[in-house]
Design a protein around this ligand. Structure first.
Ligand code: PAF
Length: 281
């Protein structure tokens, strides 16, 4: 079936309602566009989980801070449309501001405070409030049974899981493993802000995550390893924001459960984030 593109909430709801009447299950892949292999892995998974796949492309202003890259964020709708068609997506919903924020940006917010002020939230105040708000709206506009997100944005995925559960959205939230470049760099639309040399250097983040994982599994104290990792990032020309170990269920301090290692660092014009889940026996 060819890809259909909609730009309004009502035409999207109409299409989805037709599929529902036919008893079909619907999967959603929300994106900000500039799609890469990581996004297409989400579409592939969505195809396995449902009869119809809806992808959204909307560069959401409310999740960007005043000095962030909202205006320069790569907008590549034509290429994204072709990529989604090739990946077997059924519907692309590409709304404008008037659809997503008909009464203005700041009139109504969805917030998950317990998870939003730490890690990336500490460096990007308001970011997760913007994410939770736009994802809740996208859920209402597309009415999916299941929604697929990348685990690269680990904290975002947790915020969305909590938001969906607490607000009672009847939507299964599925996380998909991070897709990586050959040197381990997590795929991200923002990688294109890197020069070829920086992109190569950025593989250090992945190596440090794996070294920290090995230390945890050997039963070594993790704090010195993280401090050393921060130093290695600085030495390699990064501006690290954090390199931390947290409880993977709560993002609180490490306890007896699984540990997630999380890192954010700036390199050149890019802010890079990555994480690694350490599963202890
Ligand atoms: O991960 C993203 O691309 C965005 O944060 C999302 C979930 C599409 C919300 O704008």
């Amino acid at each position: 079936m060819p890809l259909t593109t909609t730009h309004t909430r009502l035409e999207t709801l109409d299409q989805v309602a037709d599929w529902r009447r036919a008893g079909q299950r619907i999967a959603l892949v929300p994106t900000m566009g500039n799609l890469h292999r990581g996004h297409f892995s989400l579409v592939e998974r969505a195809r396995e989980l449902a009869d119809r796949v809806v992808a959204t492309v909307f560069v959401n202003p409310t999740q960007f801070g005043p000095n962030e890259d909202f205006s320069s964020y790569p907008r590549t709708l034509e290429a994204d449309t072709a990529g989604l068609a090739a990946a077997g997506c059924d519907l692309l919903y590409a709304p404008g501001m008037a659809q997503m924020y008909p009464f203005g940006e700041a009139r109504c917010w969805v917030e998950v405070p317990a998870l939003s002020d730490t890690l990336c939230g500490a460096f990007r105040p308001g970011h997760f409030r913007g994410v939770a708000t736009v994802v809740a709206r996208l859920f209402l506009h597309t009415q999916p049974d299941v929604a697929v997100f990348g685990e690269k944005d680990f904290q975002q995925l947790m915020v969305i899981r909590h938001m969906a559960r607490d607000l009672g959205f009847p939507i299964e939230i599925v996380g998909m493993p991070t897709v990586r470049e050959a040197n381990g760099l997590a795929m991200s639309s923002r990688n294109q802000y890197l020069t070829p040399e920086q992109r190569e250097r950025a593989g250090l983040i992945y190596r440090l995550l794996r070294e920290a994982e090995a230390a945890v599994l050997r039963g070594e104290a993790i704090e010195p390893k993280l401090a050393k990792g921060l130093g290695a990032l600085v030495d390699a020309g990064f501006k690290p924001e954090y390199f931390e170990a947290r409880d993977a269920e709560s993002l609180g301090p490490v306890s007896s459960g699984d540990i997630v290692l999380l890192v954010a660092a700036r390199l050149g014009k890019a802010r890079l984030i990555d994480n690694w889940l350490v599963q202890r026996e």
